[in-house]
Design a protein around this ligand. Structure first.
Ligand code: PMP
Ligand code: GLN
Length: 420
């Protein structure tokens, strides 16, 4: 294995998908919907297959199928109130993963430091390492006063950065900060003042911001998704990443996009053209049509960008929070995304013997194995989203995914009742 990949051999998704295959638990681990997406999305793909234009089955433009980059440019031009050029300021790649890879490999050089806010989507760390960069971790921590509040309910908004700690992480070698809002796994939606601090530090240290916004449409009111690229002075130094899998609930499509100023996007194009070159044409065509459809509904309650969070996910979130509380865990109510972390250490410990499972690993990792073995329910250990030095911060928690069929959430509830 080349040196640059050393230390990246383990991957939580490989590990936990294997665990699920072996034990066939009720899987609230990996984040994907186990039920439908909007009908027009899959029907649109079927229509593409019947389209007389057979060229839709051949290679398309490398940096993104023209109809799709046009739709994306139109959407984000409106959202950011600026004209985005579809051909120089938008890139389509293989999922948000592909875009993150292009952005990190295209900008980070050996010797550069990259600030990663914890908890973080796990692939950021290996990508920075492969690029030769050094990650600098800054954790979100629960506010001291939060746990002591009268109702005892915790919200992802209670997880905050220490401004002094964040400021201290920036230095002359800082190339980039990676932001993820709404955050996976916490569901935290960064507030305007929090983003303004990040923006100020990026500008005073001449650093880039890589903003992973794959959950941009899954935000629960009163929280509001703010695109850092739209803050004063930030367009020129921000690359924003989105995902078709998340936006339209089709994670298997594995299409993602990045947008930003042409001078920054150029580097992503170079990495993309030398790795994947281009992505699937029929999927990009269908995705473009899906965007066009939803953009025609923008602002109405039926638009999937609105209904997904308000009508579909919010009741599931509230239901999960209730049954986790009923079984004796302490959920952290997410403001966005479709994951919920819950403190499991309030459960009856006399029933939980972690000793046979993954010795040496953090307790949350061992608890996930215990839960699969004893109750056939799978979650993800949040310590996987922390650097080695900060994994302790996550040991009390387990992450569950709630974009699941209500029947499966009900099954989870009845399994968890056994823990009482
Ligand atoms: N970023 C975050 C925060 C994620 O949760 C995920 C998982 N889907 C990705 C990026 C990767 O997305 P994709 O499946 O589009 O590659
Ligand atoms: N983003 C999803 C999650 O956090 C899926 C990740 C993956 O499949 N690698 O569960």
């Amino acid at each position: 294995l080349p040196e640059r990949y050393k230390g990246t051999e383990k991957n939580i998704w490989v590990e936990f998908i294997q665990l699920a295959l072996e034990h066939k638990p009720l899987n609230l681990g990996q984040g994907f919907p186990d039920y439908g997406c909007p009908k027009h999305v899959t029907e649109g793909l079927a229509e593409v297959m019947h389209d007389p234009n057979l060229l839709l089955n051949q290679y398309t433009r490398g940096y993104g199928h023209p109809r799709l980059v046009n739709a994306l440019a139109k959407l984000y031009s409106g959202l950011l109130d600026r004209t985005i050029d579809p051909f120089t300021e938008v890139l389509v790649s293989q999922g948000a993963y592909g875009c993150l890879y292009n952005a990190i490999l295209g900008h980070v050089k050996p010797g550069d430091e990259v600030i990663i806010i914890e908890p973080f989507f796990d692939c950021y760390q290996p990508m920075v390492k492969i690029a030769g960069g050094t990650p600098v971790f800054v954790p979100l921590r629960p506010r001291q006063d939060a746990a002591a509040r009268a109702d005892g309910a915790l919200s992802s908004a209670d997880w905050v950065l220490d401004p002094a700690e964040l400021r201290a992480a920036f230095g002359p070698r800082t190339k980039m900060i990676i932001l993820n809002t709404p955050n996976n796994p916490l569901g935290k939606v960064f507030t305007r003042p929090e983003l303004e601090l990040i923006a100020e530090l990026c500008q005073s240290h001449n650093a880039l911001c890589l903003s992973d916004e794959v959950y941009e449409w899954m935000v629960f009111k009163p929280a509001e998704h703010i695109r850092i690229a739209g803050l004063p002075g930030m367009w020129d130094r921000t690359i924003t990443v989105g995902s078709a899998g998340k936006t339209f609930s089709v994670t298997g499509w594995k299409l993602g996009w990045a947008y930003g100023p042409a001078k920054l996007m150029h580097n992503l194009q170079v990495v993309h053209q030398n790795t994947l070159y281009t992505c699937s044409t029929p999927l990009q065509e269908a995705l473009a049509r899906s965007f066009e459809h939803e953009m025609s509904l923008m602002g109405s309650p039926e638009c999937y960008f609105t209904s997904l969070a308000n009508d579909e996910l919010r009741p599931k979130r509230d239901y999960m929070a209730q049954f986790l509380t009923d079984c004796g865990m302490k959920p952290v109510i997410p403001e966005g995304g479709y994951f919920m972390v819950a403190d499991w250490t309030s459960l009856d410990k006399s029933k939980i013997d972690l000793s046979p499972y993954t010795p040496g690993k953090p307790d949350d990792h061992r608890f996930v194995y215990w839960l699969v073995h004893h109750h056939k329910l799978q979650g993800i250990p949040p310590s996987s989203f922390y650097s080695a030095e900060h994994k302790k911060l996550a040991e009390h928690y387990i992450r569950f995914c709630f974009i699941k069929d209500d029947k499966n959430l009900e099954k989870a509830e009845s399994i968890l009742k056994e823990l009482k």
